[in-house]
Design a protein around this ligand. Structure first.
Ligand SMILES: Cc1cc2nc3c(=O)[nH]c(=O)nc-3n(C[C@H](O)[C@H](O)[C@H](O)COP(=O)(O)OP(=O)(O)OC[C@H]3O[C@@H](n4cnc5c(N)ncnc54)[C@H](O)[C@@H]3O)c2cc1C
Length: 463
């Protein structure tokens, strides 16, 4: 980055422009553990400063990479071509909550859990619940269209974004959408920006839909001999027209990881488990929980545990919540994929993954949001053995091919970033890629915003 550009940024941001190596290292990585050093980090406090930074970037032609908490799993916030990281940490105000019209207006750096808690105090509910909610930001959730455990009933971040304010790659400030329950005027630019991974605009404010908070919840943990039995129960629950607020599946590969560090008593012969939850009124949750239990027992459940008080429900969640921390003990590196298959093909995908693990001699740990057909496929690697890394990468490519062949998608939550860029065309086809590139041109003609993402950039993929 040229000294003139740095000096202009200094005039704009003062001591909120940082260029020390220590700071640049702190903003050089995300959850992929790949590293790319930015030239500088800036901390705007309002949309006008974001706009001025993007205008300078157009003048001096340097990349601007928006960043929330850096928890992304696809490399979205990595400055693969240098330039500045624009951190939204200091734009973290919940501007207002309108309890009558059921929406909140927030800045992008608000941590997801902070919004959920503020809404809860007013008897309201902001449903998106990525497992990273204690540290990831609303801006990052919008840019990745984050999902979570409750997506099976409540949908994903996209379903709660009513309107946005965003600085485009040109430096123009665009306002999209509505603050009303409905709105269909013109093209849906709000949806265009959601999931665009910081490549079309930098979100500076969001209007988010809220719901009344459910009154009660019941949690069930059911153990099955095989994934096929558990998947059968999932499909039976859907057929029974009950929509749980969580429907998580844990393959034996995932259960074993937890058992090694924080054992949970299991019935003999357990090969798979389902964590189920229903929410609603006190009466409705009892009735729905009964239907879930019946479906599990009809599909060979070895045991079904159930709780409706907070402590008991927490205990049942332990098995599911311990998987990610337990994985840290298994291997230092995981290739964490988030494929989605039609729900009816869940058992076939689990069988494929088991066979793939044997064929490639790599450890694969599987669990996920069964209600959405969304499986987190974690290919564990030591990082020291180059042949193991090669086999793991081949396994990822096979998983993606099989997913598309089954009518699924290669990412349900984490986005493309740099990790899935080589596979974009495999899913959306050459015309799909070409149209996406035309849209990118329209929002960001000089390629300022987050270059090297979504579309294949060999240098970025290598890391
Ligand atoms: C332990 C753990 C658990 C996770 N669980 C889930 C899960 O359950 N579901 C799920 O979907 N994801 C999950 N993730 C992934 C990650 O937390 C989400 O993708 C999250 O939305 C990223 O938010 P962030 O603030 O960290 O964004 P970052 O990682 O900083 O950025 C992500 C992308 O958003 C862009 N961006 C950030 N802010 C803005 C903005 N204001 N305007 C425009 N673009 C912006 C960045 O450029 C980048 O492309 C998990 C990650 C971890 C580490």
């Amino acid at each position: 980055m040229n000294p003139e550009a740095l000096s202009a940024l200094g005039d704009l941001f003062g001591d909120r422009l940082l260029t020390s190596l220590e700071t640049r290292i702190c903003y050089s990585f995300d959850a992929t553990r790949k590293r790319f050093l930015p030239d500088a980090v800036v901390y705007p406090v309002n949309a006008e400063e974001v706009r001025q930074a993007v205008l300078l970037a157009n003048l001096h032609r340097f990349p601007v990479v928006p960043r929330g908490a850096g928890t992304g799993f696809s490399g979205g916030s990595l400055p693969v071509r240098g330039g500045i990281v624009l951190s939204t940490e200091r734009m973290d105000r919940i501007v207002s909550i309108d309890s009558g019209n059921l929406y909140a207006v927030v800045e992008p750096g608000v941590v997801t859990e902070a919004l959920k808690l503020e809404a809860r105090k007013r008897g309201l509910f902001y449903p998106p619940d990525p497992a990273s909610l204690k540290f990831s930001t609303v801006g990052g959730n919008i840019a990745e269209c984050a999902g979570g455990m409750s997506a099976v009933k409540y949908g994903v971040t996209r379903d709660y974004v009513l309107g946005l304010e965003a600085v485009l790659g040109t430096g123009e400030l665009l306002r999209t959408g509505v603050a009303t329950a409905k709105g269909v005027v013109g093209y849906d630019l709000t949806r265009m920006l959601v999931g665009s991974e910081g490549t079309l605009g930098i979100v500076t404010r969001a209007t988010l839909r809220l719901l009344p908070h459910p009154e009660a919840a019941v949690t069930l943990l059911a153990f099955f001999p095989t994934n096929r039995d558990a998947s059968g129960a999932v499909n039976a629950i859907v057929a029974a027209r009950v929509t749980p607020s969580a429907m998580e599946i844990m393959d034996r590969t995932a259960i074993d990881c937890v058992q090694a560090v924080a054992p949970v008593p299991l019935p003999g012969g357990t090969g798979s488990a389902l964590l189920l939850e229903v929410d609603g009124t006190n009466d409705s949750v009892r009735w729905e929980a009964d239907r879930l239990e019946e479906a599990c027992r009809a599909h060979g459940a070895l045991e079904v545990r159930r709780a409706s008080d907070a402590g008991g429900r927490d205990d049942l969640w332990k098995l599911r919540r311990s998987i990610s921390p337990a994985l840290l003990r298994v291997a230092p590196v995981k290739l964490n994929e988030d494929i989605v298959v039609p729900r009816s093909r869940l058992a076939d995908m689990f069988a494929f993954l088991s066979d793939l693990s044997d064929r490639k001699s790599v450890r694969i740990v599987n669990f996920g949001h069964a209600g959405d057909g969304n499986i987190h496929v974690n290919i564990m690697i030591s990082g020291a053995d180059t042949d193991e890394t090669r086999r793991a990468e081949e396994a990822v490519a096979e998983v993606f091919r099989k997913t598309v062949e089954m009518g699924g998608t290669i990412s349900g939550e984490h986005g493309v970033g740099i990790s899935k860029a080589p596979f974009l065309e495999m899913e959306v086809g050459p015309l799909g890629v070409a149209v996406m590139k035309r849209l990118k041109e329209c929002f960001d003609p000089n390629g300022i915003l987050n270059p090297g993402k979504i579309f294949l950039d060999e240098a970025a993929v290598r890391g």
